[in-house]
Design a protein. Structure first.
Length: 552
């Protein structure tokens, strides 16, 4: 059969396999959410997130703002700031929720499932560019979908040594290169990784067909990606550009197709990158927000910890590189690093280098890097590891047996991460649950004057903008300007031994309109706001009291 496109490469039975795997993964990753909703205590409400609640509360705030506006301000800091922020993804979701009337938790689940399905389907299509064997495609697809690092070893040591937490937690919990974890709790990363694969796949397919129209589609896709994750444009710009440069160095012929293709992509996708730069350079609030990304303390791990984070696939990829270089130098296989193999190596090496960019968001450059790692791992497994195993292990002659064992090994950490969600959720506490009275109090605030500033603890403050639409004094580790200073001020405010004059100055200096007092605030101390004449009780229920700031 003459191969004319991706449809000619992928048969219908392959798509059935992909759809079944996608459905199973989506069902499995939905189990923590179902458990959280079905088992919630009568007085608690599940907030809708099972991972990284601080950032998801930030997205909830954006979602709330974009329901009624095209540009929004930062409601997670008390400093006045103009409505100049835009994010295409959360604008679309906000408008979808507004016009359908669906609850945010439902909208989030719809997006999570669609993003996960998009990533998995795009991943399988992408593997078809590199493997003709259906078994190898499925192997690579499953490794990308389920693969995780060697964090399970740290988990085992935790229990053997009776530790409170695992050593080097980031080697277990960093999500950007873990497809399964992204599908479970970071759908925006799943969508972004799928878009990266789509862009790169279109460029490679366009090179194969010798047609620049694929570069136009890739450029428009990059434009769409940039308005959601501007930093991901570095990946789709740098990898193909370096690949074109390597082609020129190897052949001494100008890569005219790649030059034109990347010129098209760059011209179409530069506006969101320019917007992000101007936003974080010219506006003082957003400049400080970007500077506070270091508050997360999450940076790309060193070589040893990267091996733990990415696991066996990374080790196999490195072995494959060494053996292919050997084959090329010894003339066993002079073309070992030609064609698409060369592109994989460029993506692997340059992609790794991008993760060490001297920026606070360098960790995000790992997004989609698990794909070239897995493809190289499968390539090396079939070319080198499997023939070696077959010499002394008869079962290895059936490639599916060692492949299944390897998949089980690389999925171990994800099995732990999934099960641990149930342990975390079973505590029925912040940050995964709020008291229903807290949610009711936030909805009461929603009816008050817009842009009111609300002081509360961090546990409730993170959700105030997303539920009430009002501004929180303390809400997010990056979006809240002077986060640590304000954290200290909140603790001092709710300290019963604090000075009323200091409280008054705090309320006046930051333009605070309301003080939110619930279980989380009581846990900071026994302060009774009604004792101060400048606070007037304006709302109360069995769990929450809200005080309005008034002149003494």
């Amino acid at each position: 059969m003459r191969r004319t496109g991706l449809k000619a490469y992928i048969q219908s039975h392959e798509w059935r396999f992909v759809i079944w795997v996608t459905v199973i993964i989506l069902v499995i990753t939905s189990l923590p959410y179902i458990y959280a909703v079905r088992t919630a205590p009568p007085d608690k409400q599940f907030v809708g997130f099972v991972l990284n609640t601080s950032d998801h509360a930030q997205y909830l705030a954006w979602y709330k703002g974009f329901q009624t506006a095209f540009l929004i301000s930062n409601h997670q800091t008390s400093e006045p700031n103009p409505s100049i922020f835009f994010n295409l993804l959360w604008w679309m979701l906000g408008r979808f929720g507004y016009y359908t009337g669906l609850n945010y938790i439902v909208v989030y689940q719809v997006f999570r499932c669609l993003a996960g399905a998009f990533f998995l389907i795009t991943t399988y299509a992408f593997t078809s560019l590199f493997f003709t064997s259906v078994l190898q495609r499925r192997f690579a697809f499953m490794m990308i979908a389920l693969g995780s690092g060697l964090g399970w070893i740290l988990v085992l040591l935790k229990y053997l040594m009776h530790q409170a937490d695992v050593m080097f937690p980031l080697d277990v919990y960093v999500v950007e290169g873990n497809s399964f974890l992204c599908i479970m709790g970071y759908p925006h990363f799943s969508e972004a990784a799928g878009l990266i694969l789509l862009i790169i796949g279109l460029l490679l397919f366009g090179e194969r067909r010798g047609q620049l129209r694929y570069a136009v589609i890739a450029g428009l896709t990059a434009f769409f990606l940039g308005w959601q994750h501007a930093y991901d444009l570095l990946i789709v710009w740098m990898i193909p550009t370096v690949y074109a440069g390597i082609l020129y160095l190897r052949t001494r012929r100008w890569p005219a197709h790649w030059f034109k293709a990347m010129l098209i992509v760059g011209l179409l996708s530069w506006p969101p990158a320019l917007y992000s730069v101007l936003l974080t350079r010219l506006n003082p609030i957003w400049k400080q927000v970007l500077a506070q990304f270091s508050n997360a303390g999450v940076y790309t791990p060193n070589l040893l910890h990267m091996v733990i984070l990415m696991g066996v696939p990374l080790l196999l990829a490195l072995v494959t590189l060494i053996l292919q270089v050997r084959d090329m130098l010894t003339r066993r296989n002079p073309a070992a690093l030609d064609g698409l193999n060369l592109f994989l190596w460029v993506w692997f090496i340059v992609g790794w280098a991008l993760t060490y960019l001297p920026t606070d968001f360098q960790i995000h450059m790992i997004s989609s890097w698990q794909v070239p790692i897995a493809l190289l791992a499968v390539l090396g497994f079939n070319q080198y590891i499997l023939p070696f195993l077959s010499r002394g292990w008869p079962l290895a002659k059936r490639a599916s047996v060692p492949a299944i064992l390897l998949l089980a090994l690389v999925a171990l950490t994800n099995a732990y991460l999934l099960l641990w969600r149930f342990v975390d959720l079973n505590r029925y506490d912040y940050p995964y649950y709020l008291y229903k009275e807290e949610v009711a109090a936030m909805h009461w605030l929603e009816e008050k004057q817009a842009d009111s500033v609300v002081l509360s603890s961090y546990d409730t403050g993170r959700y105030i903008p997303g539920i009430s639409g009002q501004t929180a004094f303390l809400s997010h580790w990056a979006q809240t300007v002077d986060f640590y200073t304000k954290s200290d001020l909140v603790e001092q405010f709710f300290n019963p031994g604090g000075n009323p004059v200091d409280r008054w100055k705090l309320l006046m200096n930051y333009g605070i309109d309301y003080v939110f007092v619930g279980p989380a605030e009581h846990a900071l101390g026994g302060y009774q706001p009604g004792e101060d004449e400048f606070l007037e009780l304006v709302f109360s229920n069995t769990q929450v009291s809200i005080y309005q700031v008034v002149l003494p």
